[in-house]
Design a binder for this molecule. Structure first.
Ligand code: SER
Length: 624
């Protein structure tokens, strides 16, 4: 069974049950400024889930192309992909739990009409309830009856599991406390598939469970009972109608059908992986991570380019550029040359469900190849800079040999591993002026003193003592758009304060509301009017530059080396969430943040206060 076969079966299963097929919306939605990409099937349907009448009726079915930028850094394991397709069936105030759960079970297990999965491999979860919303006992009872039909005695704690809001509540912004006023959401019920061949990995805890990350259990689909709307006072009101929002990960379903835990070995990705193996003369067994990143990033880039995005330094274009360049980093590391054959295979693999890929192939190819040329030029300029620099500033050093290949490994200053040693100062220039990340510089064949580089980073970028995840969450009064903007403004303000007043200045507290930002810091003098003016100007300059804001999960030790310090460092896990604003600011932080600084429009400092000899307070305002 191919992915396209699953789509056909799913659509016809629900068409037979009175559903109308609706279109696959583009990855960039025309009228939704709240998000860069369509990242789930429900996104284009939000107005209808809120109560608007859908022209196609109350029972809908579709397959929705989706992209999750937040997963870029996860790619490389066996089950994450940034681009994926979501099967969706929708009840807009029509049927509810007692129809939805049996239908989904039937689709998953029925051999003729559905996927024919072994029911013994399926486990389900339901919402355990919280102080405001009761436990979903109805779904528990329905699941018990469903499993009984296949002679499985489904006990809670064995086959059915109850989880809190963290796992079994769905909204676009996560659990109830993170939802802004007006956002719809509700309890959900997920289905997991068990890969018996995967041994539990103790690194993920003593005992395996359905939500364990060891890979033995993989979530394949989710029925959301979209029935609540968050109110301004934080409470929940029933939506005008009770809706069902079902999302099934097509790639995950294929895993279950093939009973393989590795998405990149399924019949969808296998030919793409093979084309990369051939082009780079490597094999998946020894280079799984690189091959997965290349396959994933090029696939996403193909779909994003198809939907009208061009690589740039802004918004969707920035994500596209990042995907292509990160894919190319891995491609060059494996000595790949022409990427075109891989693009052709990607289009071939998806064209049955997405025929416009083939129609737009020339356009897609031109975009990717042009970006590759640009990236090559950046790399060549960086190499030229190094060559020139070494000839001028180290006349005694032997001349560097001419470029050898696209990876640019150079001759005469090479060490015995074939890498060229450059100073950390030069590496840092490649970082700041050529926009190459440390790993991209290394991919060019240069090595440098990591420790020294990290120190430079430290003085260049913001070192936050206090902006830990917990602190910032505590500092946020709510998660309205305006407070999220205020949050990003504090990161800019923090760095600007350090730029103007000195690196010893650091944040000691913050509180953000929709009206204003309050920011406390250590400093033993009253900042002058001139200084305040300068700080404001810097923050506004960074807003105007519309810098991208993103986070990466970085090993805590590595993040510390980079100079990102947090007050509660000792309580951090192995990895910490680090937020970057362009290359201007780097902080330990839990978020949330805006995607681009430009949305803040401008920032004004309203007043400052003296909290004591060494503590000062600034009040500011985002003018969006
Ligand atoms: N909205 C849910 C999800 O995206 C189900 O469609 O997972």
């Amino acid at each position: 069974m191919t992915a396209a076969d699953i789509v056909k079966k799913y659509i016809s299963f629900f068409e037979k049950r009175g559903h109308t097929r609706i279109v696959n919306s583009p990855l960039v939605l025309a009228n939704d400024p709240t998000t860069l990409f369509t990242s789930s099937g429900m996104q284009p349907l939000v107005p209808y889930l809120l109560g608007e009448q859908h022209p196609e009726g109350v029972r809908l079915v579709n397959v929705q192309n989706s992209f999750r930028a937040q997963d870029i850094d996860e790619i490389g394991d066996n089950r994450h992909t940034t681009f994926f397709r979501m099967l969706g069936n929708w009840s807009l105030g029509d049927y509810f739990k007692k129809e939805q759960l049996p239908w989904i079970f039937e689709f998953l297990t029925n051999k003729q009409e559905g996927l024919g999965l072994d029911p013994k491999r399926l486990y389900v979860t339901v919402f355990a309830g919280n102080d405001h919303i009761e436990k979903d006992t109805e779904s528990i009872e329905i699941w018990k009856q469903i499993f009984q039909t296949v002679e499985i005695d489904a006990k809670v704690g064995e086959r059915i599991f109850e989880y809190s809001v963290e796992k079994n509540w769905w909204s676009r912004s996560g659990p109830p406390d993170k939802m802004p006023a007006g956002e719809p959401g509700g309890p959900d019920s997920e289905v997991f598939y068990e890969f018996e061949q995967v041994e539990h990995d103790l690194a993920f805890g003593q005992k395996c469970h359905v939500n364990c990350d060891c890979g033995r259990f993989v979530e394949i689909c989710n029925s959301v009972f979209m029935q609540y709307q968050k109110q301004k006072d934080g409470s929940f009101k029933n939506l005008p109608k009770q809706n069902v929002d079902f999302g099934g990960g097509l790639e995950r379903m294929l895993l279950a059908v093939e009973d393989t835990p590795d998405v990149f070995t399924t019949n969808l990705f296998q030919p793409i992986i093979e084309s990369i193996e051939q082009a780079t003369n490597t094999d998946y067994k020894n280079h799984a991570k690189e091959l997965r990143i290349i396959a994933d990033h090029f696939t996403s880039a193909v779909f994003i380019a198809k939907d009208g995005v061009f690589p740039s330094n802004k918004e969707q274009g920035y994500i596209l550029r990042r995907l292509i360049r990160r894919g190319l980093d891995n491609w060059y590391a494996l000595h790949g040359t022409n990427i075109e054959p891989v693009l052709q295979v990607i289009v071939r693999q998806y064209q049955e469900t997405d025929p416009s890929l083939a129609e737009k192939y020339e356009h897609i190819k031109d975009i990717l190849l042009e970006e590759e040329q640009k990236y090559k030029r950046t790399r060549t300029e960086a190499q030229k800079f190094i060559e020139k620099k070494y000839k001028h500033s180290h006349p005694e050093a032997p001349a560097i040999g001419s470029q050898k290949d696209s990876i640019g490994r150079q001759g005469d200053l090479q060490n015995d591993k074939g890498a060229t040693e450059i100073s950390s100062d030069d590496a840092f220039i490649l970082y700041t002026t050529h926009g190459l990340s440390p790993s991209q510089i290394k991919n060019l064949g240069y090595i440098f003193n990591d420790q020294e580089f990290a120190e430079k980073m430290k003085s260049h970028q913001d070192i936050s003592r206090n902006a830990s995840a917990g602190k910032f969450k505590g500092g946020l009064a709510d998660h309205e758009e305006k407070t999220i903007m205020g949050h990003t403004a504090t990161h800019l303000l923090h760095q600007a304060l350090r730029d103007v007043l000195g690196d010893h200045v650091h944040q000691t507290g913050s509180n953000i509301t929709t009206e204003r930002v309050r920011f406390d810091f250590n400093y033993d003098q009253k900042p002058t009017d001139e200084q305040i003016k300068k700080i404001t100007a810097i923050v506004n300059e960074k807003i105007k530059e519309n810098l991208p804001v993103h986070f990466e999960m970085i090993e805590t030790a590595k993040a510390k080396d980079m100079g990102a310090i947090g007050l509660f460092m000792d309580t951090y896990g192995e990895k910490s969430k680090i937020y970057f604003i362009g290359d201007y600011s780097t902080e330990f932080c839990g978020g949330p943040h805006v995607d681009f600084t430009g949305v803040l429009k401008s920032f004004t400092i309203i007043k400052q206060e003296n909290l004591g000899q060494t503590q000062k307070r600034i009040y500011g305002k985002v003018n969006a």
